[in-house]
Structures are given as structure tokens and as C-alpha cells.
Design a protein around this ligand. Structure first.
Ligand SMILES: [Zn+2]
Length: 310
């Protein structure tokens, strides 16, 4: 039954959504993902998670910015929008295993029906999980588009994270295919990571709460669960996640002020507690054991500069 692919040439990855320019926090996470992969002999692949929120030109600018700060990657850039049949195959398999059901709820209905206090992920209360054939047929007659959900048989799942150690989090009946027919992010990343040989996932620690459900989904598809490292975010002076309105927060903003890509890369290095050098020069001394779990507070409206100058 188990059909776990053997990963011969494992990889790490960076997978931005092309919804706008990368900001300093995104670039810093990308540098870390690159360092984790390259320092462990892995390939490093770029994937564009473009199933929604695509802004024209954003992908090209993101790739240019990543290259400008000294990152490189292996093989062609993969776009999720080119991989829809792969996601459908995974959905078909889960359906054949009796692990899916149609959900007709609107977002508003889900919010109203949720009785238990739900966390930031907004747990689905299971309204449509056990509908009768008659009830389902009535919904079909209504013409309301159905989402497809996972019929989860676990409430929690535990993962191991390089920075956070053992982390147990909720598993629920996550959406696999949205009402508009587009595969859901949680499914797509699981399928992609496995098929691309990605066994190391480095990303912002705001995504840690959704990781147990993705790992659980991988096990249902007989796919290997990657190694995870959820790295600290860059926050603004108010302690909130960095946003475009927080000043000169993109590489483009910085260059417009007269900064250079090398100097921005050096500032990222020093924010990680390393000498102000390029990503390539960081490789030899990179050790995840010394990474902090604390966010980097960026209170910077002018030129981004290394904390310690050479
Ligand atoms: Zn529902």
C-alpha cells in the first residue's frame, strides 16, 4: 500500500506568491531557505505559488530581486498554475479512499456555525460532513458551488521543526478544492513538495500552525513529510508583520534611495547575527543551531544598513 517515493536528490525551496514585490522579510526568509539547502548539499528550487493573487510583473521582479541579493536556484522555476492535473490526481486519490466530501457553506455560514473558539485558521465545524443524499441533492439544485473538503480522521498531528522542536497542532477538514474549482493551497504545497523532491521546508513561522495539517495530508497520500524550519519574521516597529506601508521595505525602495543589492544582502546577514557579507560567503559558517526564534524588528525608513560594518 505504502508507496513512498525515494528522494535521490533532495531539495529545499522558496515558494513566493506573485502578489507584489518581495519585502525585506520575504528576502530574509529566502536567504535562510537558500542557506539551509545549500549548506546541507541540497538542490534549491523556486516555485511560484500562483493559484491566486497574481499581480502582473510581480514574478519577474521577485526573481530579479532574489538574484540581485546573491541567491541562485536549480532547474526551471515551477508554477503551480501549470500543475493543476497533479493536484486533481491527489484529490481523486483521496476521494477514492473515502477521504473527501462536498461542502456548500459560505464563508459567513462557517463563521456563524463555529461554536468552539477557533484559532487564527478558523476551524471548520463540520456542517456538511454527514449530509444525506437528499440534502446533498438539494444543495446541487440550489446551484451553490461546492468546495471539496478532507474527511480528517485525526484532530491533531505532530511535526518536528528545526527551531521549534516538536510541535503539535490541529488538523481539521481542510478545503482541498475551492468552490471555484481551484485546488487549495494546503493541498498544492503538499503535492508539489513531494513531487519536486523537496524534503526541507524553510518558511516564516507565521505558517507553523498550518504545518501539522499539511504533514497529515502528506501521510494520507503516502508522501514523505519534509523536514521543517519555521524561521522568525521581520516585524515593524509596532511589532506587526512587515508591510509595504512600513517604509522603504522592498529592494526596489532601497535602490531608489541609493542603496545597493550587496549592502541590503549584507544587512540581512547581520540581522541573522552573521558578518555583513553575501549569502555565498555565509555558507561555510552557517549553522541553524545559532538561529534565534526572535523576530527581527525593522525600524527603518532610510537606507537599510548592516548592523556591524566591516
Ligand atoms: Zn460545509
Amino acid at each position: 500500500m505504502a508507496n513512498v517515493p525515494v528522494i535521490r536528490n533532495p531539495a529545499g525551496r522558496y515558494a513566493p506568491s506573485p502578489s507584489g514585490d518581495l519585502h525585506i522579510g520575504n528576502l530574509r526568509t529566502a536567504v535562510l531557505a537558500w542557506l539551509f539547502a545549500r549548506s546541507t548539499g541540497r538542490r534549491f528550487v523556486l516555485r511560484i505559488d500562483d493559484l491566486d493573487r497574481v499581480r502582473p510583473g510581480a514574478e519577474q521582479r521577485q526573481l530579479a530581486d532574489l538574484a540581485a541579493i546573491g541567491l541562485d536556484w536549480d532547474g526551471p522555476v515551477v508554477r503551480q498554475s501549470d500543475r493543476l492535473p497533479h493536484y486533481q490526481a491527489a484529490i481523486d486519490r483521496l476521494t477514492a479512499d473515502g477521504l473527501t466530501y462536498e461542502c456548500y457553506c459560505t464563508r459567513r455560514e462557517i463563521q456563524q456555525a463555529a461554536t468552539a473558539p477557533h484559532g487564527p485558521l478558523g476551524h471548520y465545524p463540520g456542517t456538511c460532513r454527514d449530509l444525506t443524499e437528499t440534502e446533498r441533492a438539494a444543495h446541487h439544485t440550489d446551484g451553490r458551488p461546492a468546495a471539496l473538503r478532507l474527511r480528517a480522521h485525526a484532530r491533531e498531528f505532530e511535526i518536528t521543526d528545526e527551531l521549534h522542536g516538536r510541535y503539535r497542532g490541529p488538523v481539521d477538514d481542510v478545503v482541498l478544492r475551492r468552490g471555484d474549482g481551484i485546488p487549495a493551497y494546503n493541498l498544492a504545497v503538499v503535492v508539489d513538495d513531494a513531487e519536486q523532491g523537496i524534503d526541507q521546508v524553510v518558511r516564516g513561522d507565521d505558517l507553523l500552525p498550518s504545518t501539522p495539517r499539511q504533514a497529515y495530508l502528506a501521510t494520507l497520500l503516502d508522501l514523505p513529510v519534509p523536514h521543517y524550519a519555521h524561521v522568525p519574521l521581520v516585524l515593524n516597529a509596532a511589532g506587526k508583520r512587515l508591510a509595504k506601508r512600513d517604509g522603504a521595505v522592498t529592494l526596489g525602495d532601497q535602490l531608489a534611495l541609493g542603496n545597493t543589492p550587496d549592502r541590503v544582502a549584507a544587512a540581512l546577514a547581520s540581522s541573522l547575527g552573521y558578518p555583513p557579507v553575501s549569502p555565498a560567503e555565509l555558507l561555510d559558517g552557517f549553522d541553524p543551531a545559532y538561529l534565534t526564534e526572535e523576530p527581527w524588528i525593522l525600524d527603518e525608513n532610510g537606507l537599510l544598513q548592516p548592523a556591524r560594518c566591516p
